[in-house]
Design a protein around this ligand. Structure first.
Ligand code: AMP
Ligand code: MG
Length: 407
């Protein structure tokens, strides 16, 4: 059996990084920046008010320091909304009514919020004094021209997209999104709603894996079911290799007589077939077909899911330039039940549900039936509990938990 790390290294070493391209911001979320981004302008671009209120000379408010609001008011010389031009000055003894985001009038050095003011006709009094700079947002106080805003390799969150928009960038250079084809193999599989004939089962993996591929950040095309026919499969794979960056297949990689994926890949691709030392999901095939990675996942739905998580997903994300975010987050959790197993030379991955306890720690329980055909009991899993070879863990133990959370 191949250790999981060796299988992963073998696969990752053959999954080259995709080229960079410029995308509109609205299309770039979740991708990895391919170049440093430096600010070409200040944010905010000018000094402006952080509150609705009155722009003043702070010294003019000293007489209101007692909070009594009895001193002579300042004369209101105008009103500035956000978007007003910053060219209407005030002088000593004057105040400008001003709305959040409006530029500071020349001559003003502070803003008193409207809640601290009392207006009578053209005059305003205050219930407090302010210091120079109060409630003023300085130009460049968020981002200064020339600073490195996002280094190359940044995983673009919606907030990063907002930052890019704020500095006037409408496009960004990113590692391209992988285009991935998904297909299932098996003569027993049925995809339409008709009644099953004896021996047939419903196809589930292609649509499940397509969802996982999309959640991994790739563009996905579901090619449906291919029969257990070597020539038919070879043709579909060859065609897909020319049109996609990667192919994910399910089924046909074990020791059976009709395991066509294994047979075809050994014929037409530079292929490695592995028995990985994990449970579920022991059989796994990987090949390069005209340099396009082909991930041959096992057909048992749970095995398919787990081997996608452990090998295909991180490989696809590496192709898209991910570094630390290629893999799921792995944390320490507390077993809320016994996680039993026996020694068999494999690492077991138990589908589990984790939640934070009042102790602030992550607590995990198995989702139930762990057979590799029991997808329904795995569906609510938000974590994989890692059980190294051995006897498992009693309740209360600390163990490794892989979080199946999407970013
Ligand atoms: P295989 O890896 O092709 O030997 O398939 C292993 C098991 O998974 C068999 O019971 C198959 O019927 C089942 N299986 C294979 N592909 C799928 C699929 N796409 N959807 C649901 N079950 C499948
Ligand atoms: Mg099969």
């Amino acid at each position: 059996m191949t250790p999981l790390d060796e299988a992963r290294d073998h696969v990752f070493a053959r999954c080259g990084r995709l080229p960079a391209m410029e995308l509109r911001l609205e299309d770039a979320r979740g991708l990895i920046t391919a170049l440093d981004v430096t600010a070409a302008e200040d944010v905010p671009p000018f000094d402006n008010t952080a509150v609705d209120g009155f722009a003043v000379q702070a010294a003019d408010t000293a007489r209101f320091a007692d909070g009594a609001c009895t001193a002579d008011g300042l004369r209101i010389v105008g009103t500035m909304a956000a978007g007003a031009r910053p060219d209407r000055p005030i002088a000593a003894g004057q105040a400008m009514r001003i709305m959040t985001g409006a530029p500071m009038p020349p001559g003003a050095d502070a803003v008193v919020m409207v809640e601290d003011s009392v207006t009578t006709g053209d005059f305003v009094q205050f219930t407090r004094s302010v210091d120079a700079g109060d409630a003023v947002r300085r130009s460049g106080s968020d981002v200064r021209t020339g600073t490195l805003v996002l280094p190359s390799g940044t995983h673009l969150s919606p907030a990063h997209i907002g930052v890019l928009a704020s500095i006037g960038r409408s496009r960004v250079s990113v590692v391209r999104r992988a285009r991935v084809a998904v297909l299932s193999t098996g003569d027993e599989l049925v995809r339409d709603d008709r009644a099953l004939e004896p021996g047939e089962i419903r196809e589930s993996n292609a649509r499940m894996i397509s969802g996982l591929v999309a959640q991994a950040g790739c563009d996905v095309v579901d090619l449906g079911i291919v029969r257990d026919d070597e020539d038919a499969l070879a043709e579909v794979l060859r065609d897909a290799a020319g049109r996609f960056d990667a192919i994910v297949t399910s089924g046909g990689v074990s020791m059976g007589d009709f395991d066509v994926v294994k047979a075809v890949l050994s014929r037409i691709a530079d292929m490695r077939w592995m028995q990985i030392a994990i449970k579920p999901a022991k059989p796994f095939a990987f090949g390069l077909l005209n340099s396009t990675p082909v991930f041959g996942l096992p057909g048992n739905p749970v095995s398919s899911l787990v081997s996608f998580e452990l090998i295909a997903r991180p490989a696809l994300r590496r192709m898209m330039g991910h570094g630390p975010t290629a893999d799921r987050l792995s944390v320490r959790g507390i077993a809320d039940e016994t996680f039993e197993r026996g020694p068999d030379g494999k690492t077991h991955f138990v589908r589990a549900r984790g939640s934070f306890g009042v102790d602030g720690r992550l607590h995990v329980r198995s989702t139930g039936g762990q057979g590799s055909h029991q997808l329904a009991s795995s569906a609510s899993a938000n974590a994989l509990v890692v059980l190294p070879d051995g006897e498992g863990f009693p309740a209360g133990s600390e163990l490794e938990v892989i979080l199946l959370l999407n970013d």
